[in-house]
Write a new protein. Sequence first.
Length: 338
Amino acid sequence: MNLVRAELERLSARRFVQLMVVLLVLAFGVTAATTLAGSHKPSAEELSSARNQAAEARRSMENEHQQCLARQNGALPSSDDGRYYPSDCSEIDPTLRDRLPIAADFLPGVFSFAQQARPLLYFLIAFLVLFGFLVGASYIGADLNSGGVVNLLLWRPRRMTVLGAKLGSLLGGVLVVSLVASVVYLATFWVIGQSAGLAGRLSDEFWRSLGAVHGRGMVLVLLASALGFAIATLGRHTSAALGAVAAYAVVWELGARLVLEIVDARRPDQLMLSSYIGAWLSGEAQFYDSQSCNGSRTGGFCDGFYSLTWGPSLVVLLVLTGGLTAAAFAVFRRRDLI
């Protein structure tokens, strides 16, 4: 227990960690200030006009769907009015859409918490993932490079216990910072929506969906922290983690993706880590594969889209992070630290 307490104190005392926390606060402050400055409380006239426009947009969508059905059934003759109707009218059926036009869509310059909460949460998660990775890499990388781990082992000569305490303290500290930041961040924008914008429709489904995204985001933050910690342990330096990520992004995500597109490989997105990260965070991600329709019959309909869901994506992320972390512990156990 004393080892964990000591590691938490060392983690919180590191200047780089303190700098990252300051940058986190600054980024959130700039985002909140920009949102507040660009929003205003809508007047009764603005709300009434927006509701009328939303109702008119919904009526227009319904009329277009009814005309498509009538033309499909032969009740209306085909004409050259230039209007396009799909062969399957369900494609424009308003009742099958994810969402219908609402008043907030017609209120420019008004912040709506219900509409913007998810994009804002994605921004928060992205920053926390970067925060966790950099803190995790620098936390162990600096100690390995400066000899701090050797001094610690003189006090507690158990390598696996020491490295495990460092990893556990890192994940616990990052999780606490992430949870506190999330509560303050979302509460700030909720207040902005109430006082200088619109709160929107905050139903139980909205909160469940937002909570699911946040939960998946916290898992991603912890995995990024462990990944940075593991790569820096293997490379014995913080720069090893930064170099590995930069090399992967340039060589594989950019270079290999370009080569796979040139050779018309099937489903190249399945080979990219970013695809699984996006699928895990959003719950499901769709990608287009032009090669899947090459063998279809002429004139037949071919849907070239395929999906990656959160389940397989989580397995990929866990296997990658777990494998590198296990390798880091195995190497640390046998390595000469002097």
